[in-house]
Design a protein around this ligand. Structure first.
Ligand SMILES: [Zn+2]
Length: 410
C-alpha cells in the first residue's frame, strides 16, 4: 500500500482542547508518525496549507439495513434488495466522513465480509447482529391483530431484531448472535417509537432477563447496549450491568450520575427524532409511531445538559432510518446548541472509540492508529456545520490509508 504525507495540517482529534499544527505520515494503512516538525519522506505529499485534519468520524448508533422508515413493512423485503441498498447507505456515510460505524441491530457478518472482500466502499463495521427484544417490545413489529410466529421473519436481512422471552431464551439469543459474529449484544429495554404496541414507558425486560444478557456478554468478553428512554428504564439497566446506554432522552440527573459512577457511556441520537417529526409521516411512518415522537423529542437537548453536568461520557449516534440517513451529520449541529464544540468533536472521536472498544485504533491521530482521516476546509470548533452538507467541506477522506475521496492532489 502506498505512503502518504499530510503536511502543514491543523490536527484536531479531541485529545487537546484545540487543534495543533503538525505533519502526519501514513504507511501501510496506519498512521506511522505525527510530528510538529516537517517529516522527511519519499511519500506522496499533500500540503494541507492549514486545513484541519481529523480522525475519520465515528457514528456509534446506526442501522445500515434500515432502508425504509416503516420497519414492519421493511422486514418483508427480499434480502438481496436490502443488501444492495445497505451498501449504498454505508457508502454515503463514508462520503460524509464517517469511517467507522457501530450498527445497533440488523447488520450481519455477511455484510461485513462483503465489505472486507471489497465489493463496496464502506466504513469499518462494529455489529451486534439482530437486536434482542421481548414479545410486544421494540423488536416486535407485528401490531395488535397479528399473532403470526416471528421466527420466519427473524431470518430476513431486513428485520432489525428478534424476540426472546425469559432467561433461557435470552441466553440462547445472545449465544446465537455472538456465534454469528456479533461484537456485542443489543437489547431493547424500553418502549420505542418505530414499534406499534409498546408505549415509550414499557420496560421491555425483567431484571433477570437483562442480567442474563449481561452475563452472556461478559462470558464472551463483551458488553450489552440497551435501547432506553425513560429514567426508570435507564436506572434499571445500569443496576443490571448494561454498559452502553442508547438514546437516554428522558434521563434525570441522579440516574446520569449513577451511570457515570458505573463507568457507562451514553449514546444520544437526537437527529432521528427531528427527522421523524419533519419527514416520518410522509415517508410511511405509521400513525401509532408518529404519536410517540414528541414524548422523546422534546426533552432531547435537556438530556444532553443533564448528562454533561453528571459527568456521563457521551458518544455520537444518529439512529436514522431510510431516506432520513442524509441528515446524519446534522447531529453535530444539534448537539452544538447546548454542548461546547470540542465536546461534540470528542463524542465522535475518543468517546466513540472507547464505546467501540477500539481506543488507540480509531478516533485519534496518533502513531499506530488506522489511517482513517478526513480533511476539513475550515475550523469545526468554530462551525460544526462544516461537517454537514454531505461532505461538501471535506476535500479528502482516507480509509485505512486509501484516499476514498481526494480533491487535493494535483
Ligand atoms: Zn437504534
Amino acid at each position: 500500500m502506498s505512503t502518504t504525507l499530510f503536511a502543514n495540517a491543523r490536527i484536531l482529534d479531541g485529545t487537546q482542547d484545540h487543534a495543533v499544527e503538525g505533519h502526519v505520515l501514513v504507511e501501510d494503512g496506519r498512521i506511522k508518525e505525527v510530528s510538529d516538525k516537517p517529516i522527511a519522506s519519499s511519500a506522496r505529499s499533500i500540503d494541507l496549507r492549514g486545513r484541519t485534519l481529523m480522525p475519520g468520524l465515528i457514528d456509534a448508533h446506526v442501522h445500515v439495513i434500515a432502508t425504509e422508515v416503516n420497519l414492519a413493512r421493511h422486514a418483508l423485503l427480499p434480502d438481496a434488495l436490502v443488501a444492495f441498498r445497505s451498501a449504498k447507505i454505508m457508502r454515503e456515510m463514508l462520503m460524509r466522513g464517517f469511517t467507522t460505524i457501530r450498527d445497533l441491530g440488523g447488520a450481519t457478518e455477511g455484510l461485513r465480509a462483503a465489505r472486507e472482500e471489497g465489493h463496496f466502499d464502506a466504513p469499518r463495521m462494529v455489529i451486534c447482529g439482530k437486536a434482542i427484544g421481548s414479545t410486544g417490545g421494540h423488536t416486535d413489529g407485528r401490531g395488535r391483530w397479528d399473532s403470526r410466529e416471528m421466527h420466519w421473519l427473524e431470518q430476513r436481512l431486513g428485520c432489525l431484531g428478534r424476540i426472546a422471552d425469559g432467561v433461557d431464551a435470552v441466553r440462547r439469543a445472545c449465544r446465537e448472535e455472538i456465534k454469528a459474529g456479533a461484537d456485542y449484544i443489543k437489547i431493547m429495554a424500553n418502549g420505542g417509537v418505530a414499534s406499534p404496541t409498546d408505549p415509550i414507558a414499557f420496560l421491555g425486560y425483567s431484571k433477570e432477563e437483562m442480567r442474563a444478557a449481561v452475563d452472556e456478554a461478559r462470558m464472551a468478553q463483551t458488553y450489552v447496549a440497551a435501547h432506553l428512554y425513560t429514567d426508570e428504564a435507564i436506572a434499571r439497566a445500569v443496576e443490571c450491568g448494561v454498559w452502553s446506554l442508547e438514546h437516554c432522552n428522558l434521563i434525570e440527573e441522579a440516574t446520569a450520575r449513577a451511570a457515570a459512577e458505573a463507568g457507562c457511556i451514553a449514546c444520544p441520537t437526537l437527529v432521528t427524532y427531528q427527522a421523524l417529526k419533519d419527514e416520518g409521516a410522509s415517508l410511511g411512518l405509521p400513525p401509532a409511531s408518529v404519536a410517540k415522537i414528541d414524548t422523546v423529542r422534546l426533552r432531547g437537548l435537556e438530556s444532553l445538559e443533564k448528562m454533561r453536568r453528571a459527568g456521563l461520557t457521551m458518544a455520537f449516534g444518529t439512529d436514522l432510518l431510510g431516506e432520513m440517513h442524509r441528515h446524519q451529520s446534522e447531529e453535530f449541529v444539534i448537539r452544538g446548541r447546548v454542548l461546547p464544540a470540542i465536546e461534540v468533536i470528542r463524542s465522535t472521536t475518543m468517546h466513540a472509540a472507547k464505546l467501540l472498544r477500539m481506543e488507540g485504533q480509531i478516533g485519534v491521530v496518533a502513531p499506530g492508529a488506522y489511517a482513517d482521516l478526513i480533511v476539513v476546509d475550515g475550523d469545526p470548533l468554530k462551525d460544526l456545520s462544516l461537517l454537514t452538507h454531505q461532505g461538501t467541506h471535506l476535500p479528502a477522506i482516507m480509509l485505512g490509508g486509501r484516499l476514498v475521496k481526494d480533491q487535493l492532489s494535483a
